[in-house]
Design a protein around this ligand. Structure first.
Ligand SMILES: CC(C)(COP(=O)(O)OP(=O)(O)OC[C@H]1O[C@@H](n2cnc3c(N)ncnc32)[C@H](O)[C@@H]1OP(=O)(O)O)[C@@H](O)C(=O)NCCC(=O)NCCS
Length: 200
């Protein structure tokens, strides 16, 4: 797996917010590259799929206009805003879109980001997203020097939890998520939701 470019760092007296530069990653069989206009039809089809719609908060119906906006504009603006970056996971021979694995909600000072993904219906069951997510994690935590990659999956989304396990993630404790005087520490994750308040 090889990455083509690096993170732009702040320079001089007028600091530039950090962003990921446009990057291509490669696993043994899968190029991970930025979305382009060529991906519009496959993105529309994948994001209209029942399973994708069930687990991701996407527009319904997901139109060609939504797909075009994502592929040619929004996914790129999320990168240049510093929020993250979104890879089109593609077939090494046909170049067809197979899925996506991307970074979002990047916390640059903490060196923490969050991964999200879907696999196109025509590519499911082949380990594509495990491979892509693992490569993304290796790049982020290795070459890019990040300290933690987060992944959140609904408790009912068994397939997504399997992806996380097979890509090497561990659940329960947010490992290496906090920092104190002596260095990085693991954090437990707790939540309080509106339903909890009736019991207080
Ligand atoms: C989650 C998702 C990305 C996995 O797709 P995929 O890359 O094709 O994954 P695979 O089909 O290779 O399955 C991965 C593992 O999950 C298991 N799995 C798949 N569907 C499952 C299901 N409905 N219930 C239980 N396990 C399931 C597979 O058996 C496999 O495990 P195994 O290798 O031990 O057998 C895909 O289902 C998807 O796009 N879902 C909609 C979007 C989504 O949920 N995104 C994540 C939001 S957190």
């Amino acid at each position: 797996m090889a990455a083509s470019r690096s993170v732009r760092l702040s320079t001089g007296s007028s600091p530039v917010p950090p962003i990921f530069l446009e990057t291509v990653l490669r696993t043994d069989r899968l190029p991970l590259r930025p979305f382009t206009a060529k991906d519009v039809n496959d993105t529309r089809a994948a994001c209209s799929d029942e399973l994708t719609q069930r687990w991701l908060p996407l527009p319904d119906p997901y139109t060609t206009e939504h797909a075009a906006s994502w592929c040619t504009d929004v996914s790129h603006r999320l990168r240049t805003s510093g929020d993250g970056m979104h890879f089109a996971v593609t077939d090494g021979d046909s170049e067809q879109l197979l899925g996506t694995s991307g970074l979002k909600k990047t916390d640059w000072p903490a060196r923490v980001s969050e991964v999200g993904y879907w696999t196109a219906p025509w590519a499911r069951g082949c380990g594509v997203t495990v491979e892509a997510t693992r490569a993304l994690g290796e790049w982020l935590l290795g070459e890019r020097g990040f300290q933690q990659l987060q992944l959140f999956a609904a408790t009912g989304n068994t397939a997504s939890q399997r992806i996380a396990e097979k890509a090497g993630f561990q659940e329960g404790v947010l490992r290496n998520a906090g920092y104190i005087r002596t260095g990085r520490v693991d954090l437990f994750v707790f939540s309080l939701v509106p339903d909890d308040l009736s019991g207080i």
